[in-house]
Design a protein around this ligand. Structure first.
Ligand code: ADP
Ligand code: MG
Length: 345
């Protein structure tokens, strides 16, 4: 480090920083099949299978606010978001480790609630808690979870396998978790200005649940197996659809067209967005934390996917020379930009 040089992390952004810091690393082990750059790392397991590993860090005040995030929900969500990364490789999650740094501001009872949420998620996703680490923290609560899973070599799905003309499919509906957060934040500021006013969360139950208790789409991975559809590329939607689709395009070296009027959005999400003077489409494209899946399938799988209530076909991949665009309601092309969550912006 030279003495006078100082580069702000925001200049590179989260992904630029990661690639800058890791660019001089080379893999030495034959068992390292794929390292940095997908939802999970891929390691040789046996002749038929790979092991998958993914890790996530959750910081109080950045990733969650304990004013409205109950400990039990926090525990559940922390596990769900890690499980989601294993599923995004078309894998089966099997184990987790949980590490936490915790300040003496929290009593045992709070941590019991946290672990009750972790236990419930372990039950839902059929995973075992097999270890972790515990340390003290000067003030906040920080959680780091690692998920481990397995996948058949013939079934693994990377971000990089999409081809031009493949259909882009998203599960569930999008933007809800983001709008849930807007409602919770609004009620928090009302409460902080006047603690006598009780939060008014009536009519926002679905989007608040999307924010506080997201589910990883283990069911969809099962449906795809039943339909005998193997996606050509896939990732989970943690940072907003636009950002994630651009990741798929970058890894697969493709362009994309997404259709504005095909994007799945719940009525509660769109009415709340309009209440907040936000464009519902912007919430779908850039709102994070829905933990749905976005994947591509070969056009020959169209009949198996179309009409499925859990999946929406939102566009298609193109040659990279055709660029990355959203097709507006009046058929005009709007450049697709990643304005989702970036840790350093
Ligand atoms: P996801 O959103 O799916 O959890 P990330 O966007 O956090 O994935 O990370 C992208 C890739 O960069 C992953 O392969 C991850 O393991 C890797 N990565 C993230 N942070 C670091 C780091 N500090 N050092 C090395 N690799 C990292
Ligand atoms: Mg992911």
């Amino acid at each position: 480090m030279s003495e006078d040089k100082r580069t702000e992390l925001s200049k590179l952004g989260e992904f630029g920083t990661i690639s800058h810091l890791t660019k001089n690393f080379t893999n030495r082990q034959d068992s390292t099949i794929f390292g940095i750059g997908d939802d999970a790392a891929v390691i040789e397991r046996n002749e038929e299978e790979f092991t998958l590993i993914s890790t996530d860090l959750l910081m109080e005040g950045i990733h969650f606010n304990l004013m409205y995030m109950p400990f039990k929900h926090l525990g559940y969500k922390a596990v769900a978001v890690n499980v989601s990364d294993i599923l995004a490789m078309n894998g089966t999650p099997e184990q987790i480790t949980v590490s936490m740094a915790v300040s003496n501001r929290f009593p045992l009872e709070a941590l019991e609630e946290l672990y009750e949420g972790i236990r419930l998620a372990c039950q839902t996703y059929h995973v075992d808690l097999i270890g972790g680490d515990t340390a003290s923290s000067p003030s906040g609560l920080n959680l780091s979870i690692t998920a481990i899973g397995r996948v058949k070599k013939t079934q693994i799905v990377y971000r990089s396998g999409a081809q031009p003309n493949d259909l882009v499919v998203v599960t569930g509906d999008l933007g809800g978790a983001y709008m849930g957060l807007q409602v919770l934040e609004r009620e928090r500021s009302v409460f902080e200005a006047n603690p006598a006013i009780q939060p008014d969360l009536d009519g926002f139950d679905y989007i608040i649940q999307r924010q506080l208790k997201p589910e990883a789409r283990q069911d969809v991975i099962g449906f795809l197996r039943e339909l005998d559809v193997l996606p050509t590329s896939m990732m989970d939607i943690s940072d907003g659809l636009a950002s994630e689709v651009l990741h798929l395009c970058k890894s697969s070296n493709t362009g994309v067209r997404l259709y504005n009027n095909k994007l799945p959005i719940d009525t509660q999400t769109s009415t709340t967005a309009i209440d907040f003077n936000l464009d519902p489409v912007t919430c779908v494209l850039n709102g994070g934390e829905d933990y749905e899946l976005v994947f591509t399938v070969s056009p020959s799988d169209f009949d198996k996917i179309k009409g499925n209530p859990h999946m929406s076909i939102v566009g298609y991949m193109t040659d990279i020379s055709e660029g990355h665009y959203l097709v507006d309601t009046n058929d005009s092309l709007v450049p697709l930009r990643a304005q989702g969550w970036d840790a350093f912006q």
